[in-house]
Design a protein around this ligand. Structure first.
Ligand code: SAM
Length: 294
């Protein structure tokens, strides 16, 4: 799908594509995801792995501890080109970033973003080794929520260590620092990457924050930029009792958007040329979907 400078830049006010949930549920979902992927970074969790046929040429340079923790559901790196600057949302241990760096080559750049320290630790430790094997660097990992890509959480953590919050005044100072970081030192600035890719992550973002997520994808892409997304989608809207199940949510099942809502969410954010490039139908009602520019 391709980003157009439409009125959606300033008038994106459509309703949330997902079913509404209360703020408490969003917190529970985020905590369930944090716990599940911290554990999944420390030890391989077979239940989170889907078999994906990555191009074997790109795997030899990647460390086993990264490859074993493959929690993706497809391979968006197939839709990249040499020289591109690529952002990977929810980069995990970095596998797709390391594949992408070999596709975009030494003239390209890859930025992986994840919110989980344990995932980031594996990815950051592997980066110099992979760079040496591949013959070039160009991969970096940042800490942010993908629905708030401007806020650099490493920078915020450094500030917080020196300015602990103890009362309402220091809480206000923290909020001011968040605004300053977003405006003056954004992790991802507007129009800053050629391609946004993601592999099995968008479904994990809390329902009430999904609109912000699609707006962020649009914001960081310039005119003509594109998004290539692999994710789980559902054939029908996921019932509320399944959404409330933390294990199903963190397992990339119950946060899935219904297929048409998934595509409509990109359109509402301002994208055009949205289409499925591949759809897999595993047993049951869950599909994997990938979208890309024509
Ligand atoms: C299913 S794994 C996919 C990892 C990687 N894309 C892969 O292909 O192996 C989901 C990843 O997204 C991260 N994640 C989940 N929600 C996130 C959010 N709101 N912001 C940033 N990262 C998030 C998790 O920490 C985890 O590393």
């Amino acid at each position: 799908m391709t980003r157009l400078p439409t009125t959606a830049d300033t008038t994106a006010t459509a309703d949330n594509p997902g079913q509404a949930v209360g703020p408490g549920q969003a917190v529970d979902q985020e905590q369930a995801v944090a716990r599940r992927y911290s554990a999944g970074a420390q030890q391989v969790e077979a239940a989170l792995c889907c078999p994906v046929d990555y191009d074997p040429r790109f795997l030899t340079a990647i460390l086993p501890q990264v490859l074993e923790r493959d929690y993706g559901c497809e391979d968006p790196s197939r839709y990249l080109a040499a020289g591109e600057t690529v952002l990977d949302l929810g980069s995990g241990t970095g596998k797709i970033c390391f594949i992408a760096s070999q596709v975009v080559g030494p003239a390209g750049r890859v930025i992986g973003v994840d919110v989980n320290d344990d995932m980031l630790a594996v990815a950051r430790a592997a980066a110099p080794v992979v760079a040496e094997r591949v013959g070039h660097g160009g991969v970096e990992f940042g800490k942010a929520r993908i629905q708030d890509l401007a806020l650099d959480l490493d920078a915020l953590a450094r500030w917080l260590a020196a300015h602990p919050v103890a009362d309402l005044a220091s809480l206000a100072a923290l909020e001011a620092e968040q605004r300053r970081l977003r405006a003056r030192a954004p992790l991802l600035a507007d129009d800053s990457v050629d391609v946004v890719m993601s592999n099995c992550v968008l479904n994990l973002v809390a329902t009430e924050q999904k609109t912000a997520l699609f707006d962020e994808i649009f914001r960081v892409l310039p005119r003509g930029g594109r998004a290539v997304i692999s994710d789980i989608v559902s054939s029908t809207e996921v019932p509320q009792q399944l959404r409330a199940d933390p294990k199903l949510w963190s397992g990339c099942i119950s946060g899935a958007l219904q297929e048409e809502a998934f595509l409509a969410a990109f359109e509402r954010a301002g994208f055009h040329g949205i289409h499925l490039v591949k759809r897999d139908a595993p047993p049951g009602r869950w599909w994997r979907a990938s979208s890309s520019a024509p």
